[in-house]
Design a protein around this ligand. Structure first.
Ligand SMILES: C[S@@+](CC[C@H](N)C(=O)[O-])C[C@H]1O[C@@H](n2cnc3c(N)ncnc32)[C@H](O)[C@@H]1O
Length: 327
């Protein structure tokens, strides 16, 4: 069996029990499994820093044998399907090499949309991307900021700095500083207007992209993962200016990394307000209201975005939006 064709036999009992509980019925669980066993839908974002005529660009791509359809929740983003008999991978398109498009999964587009980047960013507007490689969200933020202000793109893994640098260059971004370090140890207090924490996670939302995750799925490891996520969250929040906004996201569907992580953070941290992270035109269902004997605060279930793969034919994803209150 190739790693790109997962099957039901790869699903462990512990995975089934957990997601059956979260989804509440056999029927919904079936819809979920049927979706995650299919390959991920491809999508791209038009880079507004390099493209003036989006319509012409998209028509040009469609003429190469690709069916192109808007992503409902993100302007300038498109799902792509290959027409029968053709096979032009997005990564082989000239438009990709020229940085006119960025190949990005449709749920990965969500966090920058939630970060409230102002229409006109000033020169002194500072953004930190705590875990930036390979740069999907950094480049999207750069485009939203229209190349103004400054973004610090941090990454711990040395091997991922090369792709990050390449993607930033290809996207035509000049207002970015790359730093190589542990996000839990970035120094400073109240430095940034906006912070993106797209946290390292178990990846249980991206089985369509990495089916091998099913084989190694082990909820016992989640406590450790949550420990790192909370550490990153605490440090990032300290780096946020008063009145500033922090978006926390994961490509996981496990409550420990999402609702329960945010709940722990809210319990321990003063001066934090949970804002509504939801955006229009995306289907959201099956909120987590309690898990493993813990009741989730109603505002966490309501205000965060938990995206199930079966609802929009995407990956699974989670987004929370936090603000540091002004005294
Ligand atoms: C979900 S990926 C980030 C994806 C990226 N935001 C994007 O949109 O392209 C998480 C990243 O966190 C990095 N990472 C893991 N531990 C970290 C730490 N302690 N500090 C900073 N980055 C870390 C991983 O190497 C990985 O590149």
């Amino acid at each position: 069996m190739s790693s790109s064709s997962p099957s039901r036999s790869m699903i462990k009992d512990v995975f089934r029990e957990r997601f059956l509980e979260l989804l509440g019925s056999e029927e919904e669980y079936e819809r979920f499994v049927e979706t995650i066993l299919r390959p991920q839908r491809k999508s791209f974002r038009v880079n507004s820093l390099k493209v003036e005529d989006e319509k012409a660009l998209v028509e040009g791509i469609a003429s190469k044998g690709l069916c192109v359809q808007r992503v409902p929740w993100c302007e300038g983003a498109y799902f792509v399907e290959y027409q029968e008999g053709t096979r032009t991978d997005l990564g082989n398109l000239f438009e990709h090499f020229l940085g006119q498009i960025y190949v990005q999964e449709a749920t990965s587009l969500l966090p920058p949309l939630v970060l409230d980047v102002p229409e006109n960013v000033g020169d002194d507007f500072r953004v930190l991307d705590v875990a930036a490689a390979p740069g999907s969200k950094t480049t999207q933020l750069g485009a939203l900021m229209k190349g103004k202000g400054i973004i610090v793109a941090n990454e711990l893994d040395y091997k991922r700095l090369g792709p990050l640098k390449l993607n930033l260059e290809r996207s035509g971004l000049c207002n970015i500083v790359i730093t190589h370090g542990d996000g839990t140890r970035i120094e400073g207090e109240e430095v940034y207007d906006r912070i993106m924490l797209d946290a390292p996670c178990s990846g249980s939302g991206v089985i369509r992209k990495s089916p091998g995750t099913l084989k190694v799925y082990n909820p016992k490891r989640l406590r450790q993962v949550q420990h790192l996520q909370l550490k990153l969250l605490r440090r990032a929040f300290a780096l946020l200016k008063k009145g500033g906004i922090l978006v926390y996201s994961t490509c996981s569907l496990d409550p420990e990394e999402n609702e329960l992580c945010i709940q722990k953070f809210l319990e321990e941290e003063k001066g934090v307000e949970l804002l509504d992270a939801k955006i229009p035109n995306i289907v959201l269902s099956h909120k987590v209201r309690s898990f493993d004997g813990v009741d989730v605060l109603p505002e966490i279930s309501e205000c965060t975005m938990r995206v199930w793969p079966q609802d929009n034919d995407t990956n699974g994803f989670f987004v929370a939006k936090l603000r540091k209150v002004e005294e």
